[in-house]
Ligand binder design. Structure first.
Ligand SMILES: O=P(O)(O)OC[C@H]1O[C@](O)(CO)[C@@H](O)[C@@H]1O
Length: 432
């Protein structure tokens, strides 16, 4: 099997090898802190060896539950927010056909917003369907999924009765605590556990990511295998890939490049970038520090954000997720009249046009003062997504260590919640 690669040659006119070497040394220390459990937030290092410890029994149970739901339903609603949906959404979007949504989708998402219109339209969509619910919340108390779950559970009971509804609801939550655990135990829902020592944004390789991906019909074993292989590769060489990426981005940060834009040239990677944004944003954005994680979809956004990236404030760098091989092959046809003047492209693969757009953009942006990192992915498969997830997770742990923050907490998220609870009159929040 091949492996994802890193190319940072196009940052070297912005930061020198010696500046990267300084950060690389810090990366080695940060990695040690993760491996021997002495870093800040060390209660949440369960993700480090998680892929290696996933057993065949666990994967079989996930497959069995997914198959049961696939047989019993037309559609399964995945209810969750943040780390409780982004990993699964990233894999499902990456692996699905671009128009699958129009031809009988198996999985839809809810509980990642509190839009009344979204929920109303979802309920209308589900009205004549056999549906199931996979509700995911580590804390079991997050408002967005809790509101969506209450509505959908009532609808399911109304459409199918209490007994069938119980069979079609699966909960993924804490082993012992939280409202969702209490409810699941009382109602007798099938449950899967999010380990205590794995935070939400690091949970894609637990049932949180694996069960929805399996329900959608994709290969969770290949996903896990990719992560296992990336872990093993890192063990051999001091986590070379992750440590280098962490060092390079911190060398850039030290020089005032405070925004990292993750770029794709394939819209299927849109949600991989959303997952990455939560991972890095929640992990590093604290104590008035941290690189701001942003993302764009090219070439689409070259026609909107491209102007700013080329000529706006020079405080950003790009990390391009570059896919080597496409799944399908398509050539630009020849036209006898050539009225659109495109015959110079006739016979070329559409992907060649895309690759030249990628190279042309890289050269233009580097010329314009935007350092460029490339993460090269051999093909868009579950296996390489598994590698990519693990590469990014480890790099994030290392990068947070270099920055000196606790990578694994998210105290800042509470501020909006407290205000919302106070405004909504939640008991206990009146005085705040
Ligand atoms: O799984 P839970 O507990 O509902 O939390 C969902 C998300 O909310 C946060 O706790 C805060 O936004 C994230 O860290 C987490 O991924």
């Amino acid at each position: 099997m091949d492996r994802i690669k890193l190319d940072y040659s196009k940052v070297l006119s912005f930061v020198g090898e010696e500046e990267i070497a300084v950060q690389r040394e810090k990366a080695t220390k940060a990695l040690k802190g993760l491996e021997d459990g002495t870093c800040k937030g060390s209660d949440f290092l369960g993700w480090l060896d998680l892929p290696v410890h996933i057993t065949d029994d666990e994967l079989n149970r996930i497959s069995a539950c997914a198959n049961k739901l696939r047989e019993q339903t037309d559609v399964v609603v995945i209810v969750g927010i943040g780390g409780s949906y982004l990993g699964a959404k990233a894999v499902i979007e990456a692996m699905s056909g671009s128009f699958d949504a129009y031809s009988g989708t198996k999985v839809v998402f809810a509980g990642n917003n509190v839009s009344e219109d979204y929920l109303y339209e979802l309920q209308a969509f589900l009205k004549d369907k056999k549906f199931g619910i996979c509700v995911i919340s580590k804390s079991g108390t997050t408002t967005e999924p809790a509101v969506a779950f209450r509505l959908l559970k009532d609808q399911l009971i109304e459409q199918e009765g209490v007994t069938v509804a119980r069979e079609r609801i699966v909960a993924i939550t804490d082993e012992k605590k939280g409202a969702l655990r209490t409810m699941s135990d009382r109602e007798g829902y099938e449950t899967f556990v999010i380990p205590d020592n794995v935070g939400g944004r690091y949970s894609v390789l637990t049932p949180v990511g694996l069960l929805p991906v399996a329900i959608a019909g994709f290969d969770v074993r290949a996903l896990v295998k990719g992560a296992v292989d990336m872990r093993a590769y890192g063990k051999e060489n001091g986590a070379e890939l992750s440590a280098t990426y962490a060092a390079v981005r911190n060398a850039l940060y030290e020089k005032g490049y405070v925004i990292e834009i993750t770029v794709n040239f394939n819209p299927k990677l849109h949600y991989v970038a959303e997952w990455w944004k939560q991972l890095y944003g929640e992990s590093e954005g604290k104590e008035n520090k941290g690189i701001f994680p942003a993302s764009v979809d090219f070439t689409t956004d070259l026609h909107s954000m491209g102007q700013y990236i080329q000529e706006g404030r020079r405080n950003l760098f790009e990390t391009v997720l570059s896919i080597d091989k496409t799944k399908y092959s398509l050539q630009v046809p020849c036209d006898a009249h050539d009225l659109d003047k495109l015959n110079y492209l006739a016979g070329k693969r559409v992907d060649e046009v895309n690759k030249m757009a990628e190279l042309g953009t890289q050269l233009a942006h580097v010329d314009g003062g935007v350092p460029n990192i490339r993460v090269i992915i051999p093909e868009l498969t579950e296996y390489y997504l598994g590698q990519l997830f693990y590469f990014y997770e480890l790099a994030c742990g290392i990068s947070g260590g270099i920055l000196g923050v606790n990578t694994f907490d998210q105290p800042g998220v509470e501020a909006y919640k407290n205000n919302m609870f106070m405004l909504l009159g939640k008991p206990g929040y009146e005085r705040k």
